[in-house]
Design a protein around this ligand. Structure first.
Ligand SMILES: [Zn+2]
Length: 205
């Protein structure tokens, strides 16, 4: 890596995802409900990935955990779970990839455990080594803001799975419950096959 590039990666930007820090935190609170450390770190990750793929690229996203990180992508990029531009893989790894929809080339950014050993607050929080009472949120957030992208690593990647739109396929009406469901699930809906997440009950109170 040439020194110029290293300098650029190590220095914390004055803005995150094109926003001042105040706007950045405000956007997180409005969407996520509170300044969750994972979403704040996620904002720095999106910022770094966006810088690597460059402006004007229509990017899709793949997120490797269901915790916090999907919200950072949904706040700071046009990709959402519902529009299909963000895929979420439940690996519980703190990593994400933004990639060009057309070339499938992009950047994977991850919280680098080797790097965060030097930043004890962040390390202890991520590895769940201290109870929340011993590491107040404002202390942790200050550490995160000071550390910025120095806790992250980034690598160019080409996406080979999970890209593109999921096909919907043919729709049937379930003969048992009368609700519409995708035909590929079988002769009745998953719920009527006994794989549902609910049972009927009488509302109390
Ligand atoms: Zn059914």
């Amino acid at each position: 890596m040439d020194p110029g590039k290293k300098g650029r990666l190590m220095r914390n930007p004055l803005t995150v995802c094109g926003k001042s820090y105040e706007e950045f935190y405000h956007a997180i609170e409005r969407f996520h409900g509170w300044k969750a450390p994972g979403v704040v770190i996620g904002g720095f990750m999106v910022d770094l990935a966006q810088e690597h793929i460059g402006p004007g690229v229509e990017a899709d996203a793949i997120v490797e955990t269901t915790h916090c990180l999907p919200d950072a992508v949904q706040i700071f990029t046009p990709c959402t779970y519902g529009n299909g531009w963000m895929k979420v893989i439940d690996w519980d790894k703190f990593a994400l990839t933004l990639y060009d929809k057309k070339t499938l080339e992009g950047a994977r950014v991850w919280l680098d455990i080797e790097k965060i050993r030097r930043f004890p607050d962040i390390y202890h929080w991520y590895m769940r080594l201290v109870p929340k009472t011993e590491l107040p949120l404002d202390v942790l957030l200050t550490s995160i803001e000071k550390t910025g992208r120095r806790m992250l690593s980034c690598a160019p990647v080409r996406v080979i799975q999970y890209q593109g739109k999921l096909k919907k396929g043919r729709i049937e009406v379930c003969f048992q419950c009368g609700e519409a469901y995708p035909a590929r699930q079988g002769d009745r809906c998953l719920s009527c096959q006994g794989k549902g997440y609910y049972e009927f009950c009488t509302l109390t109170g």
